[in-house]
Design a protein around this ligand. Sequence first.
Ligand code: EPU
Length: 430
Amino acid sequence: MEKIVVNGGTPLCGEVEVSGFKNAALPIIYACVLVKGKCIIENIPNIIDINRSFDILRGMGAVIRTVDRTTVEIDCTDVVCGTSDYSLVRRLRGSYYLLGAELGRFGKARVAYPGGCDFGVRPIDQHIKGFKALGGKVVTDGGYIEISTENGKVTPANIYFDMSTVGATLNIMLASVMADGMTVIENAAREPHIVDCANFLNSCGAKISGAGSDVIKIKGVESLHGCTYAIIPDMIEAGSFLVAAAATRGNVKVTNVIPKHLESITAKLEEVGVTVEEFDDAVSVRVDGPLRPTNVKTLPYPGFPTDMHPQMCALLATIEGVSFINESIYDNRFRYVEELKRMGASIKVDGRIVTVEGGVPLSAAPLIAVDLRGGIAVLIAALTVSGISEITEINLIERGYDDIVGKLRGLGADIKKVYVPDPVTLKQAN
Ligand code: EPU
């Protein structure tokens, strides 16, 4: 077990390079199951969820070779359908892309029910609706989701989603990419990672158009071939550094980003009074004067991302005045609030509305990373106050942030990772 020890109170300053996007890398890695051949994937983040995904694929027969720190070669030629490890699959959300990938390649699938951060109910009814529309017979049994098709082939279909869903849009794209005919997804999610996955599949020979709009057309092809592809930069990692810079009243440039993907975040930062500068593949923020409270509503892309909500709350807690956050995507993404309150923050949650009475002095405290984005929010809050804060359960942060401690240290933070013997090891030592 490890913990992060932070002595905050110093403005973050300098440049930080953003890694590849977890939420784009995950579907692309699982999409490799559709390819009989080698795919070289560049700009891969070195994070727990990705490494677990490699373990899942290796366990199914994939050959995965590390080329360098951010590049892998994935060969899924010999992958066997239905052999993914139950306990690994249930530990991450992105593993549900195996359902679409297995269905697309083998005309059937058997995968454990996925896991992921606990934000209340996270149904997958839209995925199931889509699989059924493609001719899948779906059975859930013993913790597994099993899909079969009549003659081992998916049937193209027109699918209308009841809400904007990233996961279901991608899963149907994967499942239908080699169907015999045209599949149309309406009310599709428009996130940059949808476009990235479509671009990857098209580089492998797929015929997908419309990704990034709410109608995606997938003209089935007979087979896919290997390719070399670079994952887009992580807009949420970039946003987290920009917000951390603002919260510590610092001056930070994030590099290797696509500024367009950050617009909803930089617009909010400008609204609170942060100075933002955009470059071709970088964005910088600095705080020149007092900041103002604001209101935020999380929405599907291009709206303000739910995955930036906790970080934004940590920033708003440092700004004098009352701010509101309306969480419209998840019904319970608020567990981090209790941790901020331990530091003295004045925050109330009523239904899906968070009311932040900012400017109340915060103090360092022992804290827990309750989930991935909640964990980084607590870390941002700890960076704003002088005194030692210790954060435990940091594996939840490391699920999605590549070398977070090293990168923050590069921005001048007094931060380190410390090994803590877990109680079992201690007992044995005694
Ligand atoms: N939803 C349904 N039924 C479905 C699918 C979704 O009701 O069948 C609901 C969800 O419960 C949620 C909303 O629709 O309320 C949006 O869900 P979506 O399917 O878009 O989310 P996801 O695919 O489960 C991905 C990211 C999340 C991110 C969301 C929204 C991955 C692995 N996860 O989840 O990332 O919050 O999109 O952008 O890509 C994170 O990185 O911290 C994270 C949680």
